[in-house]
Design a protein around this ligand. Sequence first.
Ligand code: GDP
Ligand code: MG
Length: 660
Amino acid sequence: MRKDVRILLVGEPKVGKTSLIMSLVSEEFPDEVPLRAEEITIPADVTPERVPTHIVDYSEAEQSDEQLYQEISKANVICIVYSVNNKKSIEKVTSHWIPLINERTDKDSRVPLILVGNKSDLVEHSSMETILPIMNQYSEIETCVECSAKNLKNISELFYYAQKAVLHPTGPLYSPEEKEMKSSCIKALTRIFKISDLDNDGILNDSELNFFQRTCFNIPLALQALEDVKNVVRKNLLDGVKDNGLTLKGFLFLHTLFIQRGRHETTWTVLRRFGYDDDLELTQEYLFPLLKIPPDCTTELNHNAYLFLQSVFDKHDKDRDCALSPDELKDLFKVFPYMPWGPDVNNTVCTNEQGWITYQGYLSQWTLTTYLDVQRCLEYLGYLGYSIIQEQESQAAAITVTRSKRIDLQKKQTQRSVFRCNVLGARDSGKSGFLQAFLGRNLARQNRIRDDHKSYYAISTTYVYGQEKYLLLHEVLPDFEFLSEADLACDVVCLVYDISNPHSFEYCAKVYKKHFIDSKTPCVIIGAKSDLHETRQYYSTSPLDFCRKHKLHPPQLFTCNTADAPSKDIYTKLTTMAMYPHSKLRCMCTCNRCTFCICHNLLNSELVRSVKAKLYSAVLTRHMTQADLKNSTFWLRASVGATVFAVLGFAMYKALLKQR
Ligand code: GDP
Ligand code: MG
């Protein structure tokens, strides 16, 4: 909404322009007036719409044409004053004033006009008969009013209408020719209806109407008023009220009624509350609130945002199968101006047997967007009406900006819940398979993915010491020369080679030596396609020796060519390493007593050398999943890093998940 309003009065000499202004200011009719009143500013708090209002007079005797044109271009609304007892001054409205103003304003942004018939005290009958045809002819005329400066009739009304014409223009809402709401207004109100229809049954029931009323107007709707509203709709429309609630048709009808009765400020209040500007576009401030993200920090959704997204999911999962069918997904995104998720999303997150995005997958995709492109996430939340429904200051209230990773590393603990793992490897080494396996898809299932639906991201959850964490896998294109900062920046790195392809390990070794040998980022070498026959790698050292030399975990054998869903142990391990990058050389349990720890401590001994890589990884896997979870001291250890809030938050979150 505009911050101030500039009203210009024009018209023939002696019609009473100056007197109108003086009457408004002094609240009495001045017997003598100057040719032209000084520009006056009415302070915000004494105007009905609470915006400072400037009132500007015009006098042909005192001002040049040039000055008049300048004032016309500065004005937000122009009152063309005529005298009701002076025919010539009425004629001049169409023969002189309207063309003169229109010549000086853009066709698309015509300044609103108000026709003012002054000196109504001098005549018995109204001038409306002459005026109405003019109003019909020019759509830029907002309204007309008859008044008298002499007996102070309709003076404050006149200035109120002028203010309203600027602050709540009818133009974008209503087409007077067609006598109906404009399509962009219907679109905006339909979106508002959908957001306010919290249970998505197509009806605003009493509690939804009350919430709507409270959000838009800050006051609850009295029970009787609620009934009155519904009765008005019932009387005029067959299917405007259903099951004692307002249908979309009824809701739109009500707004048409407001506008037709000159109460369009009501509709504007609703539109603005839901983020729309004067052109019925969502404002930049609404969609992209300021959010500072210092370098080295990441962005996550907070607990409140997850709860909101959960409610949005529930409202659209009509058949309660905990997945969104294509139709349900389409319905969910109806409040968006475009479909934000393409078919690649189905290959980025977990889906059910039908390939539909599950509840987990849906939250994962939101987590991914928040992490990779927080501006987009804010925009999407804006479309869903997050700040309105959750009664937050702005969409930014949904976002947690994490502590700088540098400090996390110093303090050796983190409160983050999303960790990024970049997956590098030569062409065809098995990277995509590694990503898809995280979503529970074996090779047979993966082979059904269309090329143009592929994704270079996969995100899902893992449990680390009982805490649910997101692991975001990103497949980096194997272009050794063009690895950018972004390709390399992450919390843990996977270097993938194909155990059956003798040329594939070299890439891992080279990338490691070039980019990660001195970096603090933990690295894991993955021996993919472990169901195939292992061949000797054409590289100076074997993968196992390479790992040993660089103090890395031995190659982790991995296959997605399984009958059921591939094992998830490796992903839990990656998340753990991402969370605790310091302990990369030790067993992650740090007990120093178990087989795995002893193996590690004796890394160079004969004993370990004889342990085959396969066995090694099997020991690790079993150790991680069983021993850690059973050992209660681990639960204690796990909670040390997290604040009470985070634990509580996740516990509640899990409890909610269980309820579902
Ligand atoms: P302007 O040239 O348009 O600014 O007109 P003025 O304000 O100077 O008024 C011209 C004459 O009309 C003055 O003599 C006013 O006293 C008189 N006048 C202005 N408004 C009214 C009104 O509402 N009723 C009557 N009877 N006279 C008015
Ligand atoms: Mg004057």
